[in-house]
Write a protein that binds this ligand. Structure first.
Ligand code: ARG
Length: 475
């Protein structure tokens, strides 16, 4: 959980100008330039990844005899000290030092003296930042994978517990056909399963190492990029140094995966809101998960679900924002790319919060079985079963059966009764061949059990899905 450690770092402005690149400058930056240029407030979250990258880099430099063993030792011990300062919250960040890379390098200089400068041999901030960011996103994805699987297990458990609960299946938000409530829940398991797969694929694709690409063209030092890649857990160094420093596809993919995932969460949230309303009344949430109104004493509001629904906005916007930043950027690095981080951090925080609270909502919601059943038997939900009966038993083409059923729905609707409450006489009046067997198929229970095609709502099929997910989730 290193993400939490980095939240409230100290800030100072003790430097008067940027000493890390100020060599050829005779005037110091204006305050506004410092303000627009500085990213330390944001990219301080890459601190630990930056240290990891530097550690691997100096190991490699020493192995290749580009720096001495003593220098390597000194640098590594300085980096360890910095790591501790960061963990303890003692590290003081400086706006004049622009970003995390220069803040850490400058502090290294304070600790070990001018030998610190060797750390930047055969490296540029361009390959450094993108290495850090790949490491960070890789780790973020692992955390998302963990939380998403936990949520999936909760959904699976709810589905298994509620396998007998009959629920109105909707299309156009109009009662369509009865289904098992588990069937509905398992649909979300599928969605989150795809989300997980997408994140995994993104993680696999991003797992190539840009370090050693230097500014853009590579370096004249005899570096071993395969060594640094391996040390940092990447599968391989990136082939093209120009691509290595200018590519942000992995960030776009992360944001896109997150946006799609948030769309799923917002749909689930919307359903929880509807189901909890007095009109649907399918579920109730404990007081600990709803909020009250300051004026209407009777209210219990589903704020958590509403905020899940709303937070989809910022995540979708993050994707659009970076797509816009990257569009039309010439190769290779441009400072525009510094804008790639803030929305990613926000997206990650949002997503983790949303996954966790959704898990809590699903785990603690109480299912109102009778209300679900009543709704599932309203709205002529078994009309398709009736039409199917005509096809099967009277040999009618489906279109004709559809039209005939439509007539019965009209009669029942006029009498304000369910299809199952029509009398045999009423049915026979429309078609004399109809017999009393027809009533068997008009109940929601029958309707459900008859839908036993692969992936359908019959218990055999729901159990098959539950077995699949148990295997997949290892439970
Ligand atoms: N803070 C910068 C970023 O996030 C690091 C790279 C800066 N490179 C440079 N050539 N100015 O993109």
């Amino acid at each position: 959980m290193i993400y939490d450690v980095v939240v409230d770092f100290k800030m100072s402005n003790k430097k008067k100008s940027n000493e890390m690149w100020g060599g050829r400058f005779s005037q110091k930056s204006t305050d506004l330039l410092t303000k627009i240029n500085s990213s330390i407030d944001i990219d301080k979250r890459l601190a630990f990844e930056d240290i990891l990258g530097s550690q691997a880099h100096v190991e490699m430099l020493a192995k290749m005899n580009i720096i001495s063993k003593q220098t390597k030792k000194k640098i590594l011990s300085g980096l360890k000290k910095i790591e501790k300062e960061l963990k303890d919250g003692d590290f003081v960040f400086d706006n004049f030092l622009e970003d995390i890379h220069m803040n850490i390098e400058s502090r290294l200089g304070e600790i070990i003296g001018s030998e610190a400068g060797h750390v930047h041999t055969a490296r540029s901030r361009n390959d450094q930042v993108v290495t850090d960011f790949r490491l960070w996103i890789r780790k973020a994805i692992e955390e998302i994978e963990f939380e998403l699987s936990r949520l999936q297990m909760t959904i699976l458990k709810k589905a298994e517990q509620n396998i007998e609960i009959i629920f109105p299946g909707y299309t156009h938000l109009q009662v369509a056909q009865p289904v098992r409530f588990s069937h509905h829940l398992l649909a979300y398991l599928e969605m989150f399963g795809r989300d997980l797969e997408r994140f995994k694929q993104t993680k696999k694709r991003l797992n190539e190492c840009p370090l050693g690409a230097a500014a853009l063209a590579g370096t004249s030092f005899p570096i071993d990029r395969f060594y640094t890649a391996k040390t940092l857990g990447f599968s391989t160094p990136m082939r093209n140094s120009m691509d290595a420093v200018s590519d942000r596809d992995f960030v776009l993919e992360f944001l896109s995966d997150s946006a799609i995932t948030m769309v799923h969460f917002s749909r689930l949230a919307e359903e929880l809101i509807l189901w909890g309303s007095i009109e649907f009344d399918f579920i109730s949430l404990p007081d600990s998960l709803v909020t009250g109104s300051s004026i209407m004493p009777q209210k219990k509001n589903p704020d958590a679900a509403e905020l899940i629904r709303a937070k989809t906005g910022r995540v979708n916007a993050a994707l659009l924002s970076l797509l816009t930043v990257m569009k039309g950027l010439p190769l290779a690095y441009a400072k525009d790319m510094q804008e790639d981080k803030e929305t990613v951090f926000d997206t990650f925080d949002t997503l983790i919060l949303v996954i966790k609270i959704t898990q809590e909502l699903i785990e603690n919601m109480k299912v109102k079985k009778t209300n679900m059943y009543d709704a599932a038997s309203k709205g002529f939900s078994t009309a398709t079963d009736l039409a199917d009966w005509f096809v099967r038993n009277l040999g009618m083409p489906f279109r004709e059966a559809h039209a005939l059923t439509g007539k019965f729905v009209e009669v029942a609707s006029e009498k304000n009764i369910k299809l199952s409450e029509l009398s045999l006489d009423d049915l026979k009046k429309v078609n004399p061949k109809i017999n009393k067997d027809v009533f068997k198929i008009l109940s929601p229970e029958n309707s459900i059990e008859s839908r036993n095609s692969f992936g359908g709502t019959a218990s055999r099929e729901i159990k098959r899905q539950i077995r699949f997910w148990k295997r997949r989730l290892n439970v």
